[in-house]
Design a protein around this ligand. Structure first.
Ligand SMILES: [Zn+2]
Length: 388
């Protein structure tokens, strides 16, 4: 299905969701209704939402409490209208991708009757079934919480890193814990039509959005065409590359004047940067060294791993076999979707990789082992060996 049709479907589903959510007095058209009937419905939906917003704005004129229920309601309504507008304008590919994910999530957690309505629309086009989960789970009226406890713990770790806040784009934060991204949701995400590479969901990871250069994004159509991959590393190596705004290869002279050497255990003279389409491979200890982290929230000790989420220009990397001797050790592939023969991507072209997310995974430990490093030591030590 082309992007145009997909967006049309998503727009219809979103309009139905907003009608139900804001209890609008509107009849939802049948799924086989014509485009013009849907357009009338969507226009009316949009008008009613705007009327509702101006009414709430009037009611809030004398409200001083920024956390009052009506104020929060108004903010949500404003966000819904903004999102719908972005979908209509079709200009901001990254924002549209976020909205598509939001609509899919809302479909998951809406009431059963609403899901059936949405499903019937989606099923009118079979190819569309991968957008909405064919079998929705029983309907817990659970919203996608922006404050899941896992997200809070990961945020604590990120705050502890003390990176400049200007690097982050919190509007693109996304949690893939079991609550925020239930097991019933797919393991692979449908890519934009221009992207031929798989998008594998980083289950159990929390992704913090990173800002990227908008000029670069537009010139190269990054959100539409570039592959998604992962690069496991240590926090200060990650920060160094984010600040350099590009990958660093062995031999490069860094901002601090040091020369980047090849990490021990790697093939000498090989100046390459390694990524993987699956986070599970990128997060192997060899790449993403585990760190110890004690949370002040729950006073528990965790091992933490950090992986950069990358966007990679298509056809600029070599797809190759894993190099950790996994199959000999474990006998099975790292990933259910990508075979070990294709799990490692290798490039020596600097401008072809950008970083759009910082992924964090925490695992609770009860006995603190000796093979983890203390995070504060890691952050403040002079770590310049940032190549894998
Ligand atoms: Zn979560």
């Amino acid at each position: 299905m082309n992007d145009n049709n997909k967006l049309k479907k998503i727009r219809r589903i979103f309009a139905i969701q907003l009608t139900t959510k804001h209890k609008l007095k509107l009849i939802i058209p049948n799924n086989d209704s014509s485009d013009s009937i849907f357009e009338l419905f969507i226009n009316e939906m949009y008008n009613q939402l705007q009327q509702k917003l101006s009414k709430q704005n009037e009611q809030l004129l004398n409200e001083t409490n920024g956390n009052s229920p009506l104020f929060i309601q108004k903010k949500q309504l404003q966000k819904d209208l903004d999102d719908f507008h972005i979908l209509d304008k079709r200009q901001d590919a990254r924002a549209i991708q976020q909205i598509i994910e939001r609509v899919e999530h809302m479909a998951m957690f809406n009431t059963k009757s609403n899901i059936n309505e949405i499903k019937s629309i989606v099923q009118s086009n079979k190819q569309c079934q991968s957008i909405i989960i064919p079998q929705p789970p029983p309907p817990p009226m659970q919203s996608i919480s922006s404050s899941c406890s896992y997200r809070a713990l990961c945020s604590e770790l990120i705050n502890r890193l003390n990176w400049p806040s200007d690097l982050f784009a919190p509007e693109y934060d996304r949690c893939f814990c079991k609550t925020c991204y239930p097991v019933t949701l797919p393991n692979v995400c449908q890519a934009n039509i221009g992207n031929k590479y798989p998008i594998i969901i980083p289950r159990n990871w929390m992704k913090f959005g990173l800002k990227i250069d908008e000029v670069q994004a537009k010139v190269h159509q990054i959100w539409d065409k570039w592959a998604i991959s992962y690069h496991g590393t240590l926090p200060n190596a990650a920060l160094s590359m984010i600040k350099h705004r590009q990958i660093c290869l062995p031999g490069d002279k860094l901002f601090d004047g040091t020369q980047l050497s090849i990490r021990s255990g790697h093939i000498p003279n090989q100046k390459s940067f390694f990524t993987s389409p699956t986070i599970r491979y990128a997060a192997q200890n060899h790449y993403a060294t585990p760190l110890e982290f004690t949370s002040q929230i729950d006073k528990c000790v965790y091992t933490a791993k950090i992986v950069l989420r990358c966007r990679q220009m298509p056809d600029t990397f070599i797809i190759q076999n894993e190099t950790l001797n996994n199959s000999q050790i474990n006998g099975t592939d790292f990933c259910d979707i990508i075979s070990d023969e294709q799990i490692e991507w290798k490039t020596d072209q600097r401008g072809t990789v950008i970083f759009d997310g910082l992924c964090v995974r925490l695992k609770k430990v009860f006995n603190v082992g000796n093979n983890t490093n203390n995070i504060t030591d890691q952050i403040y030590s002079q770590q310049t060996n940032i190549s894998n």
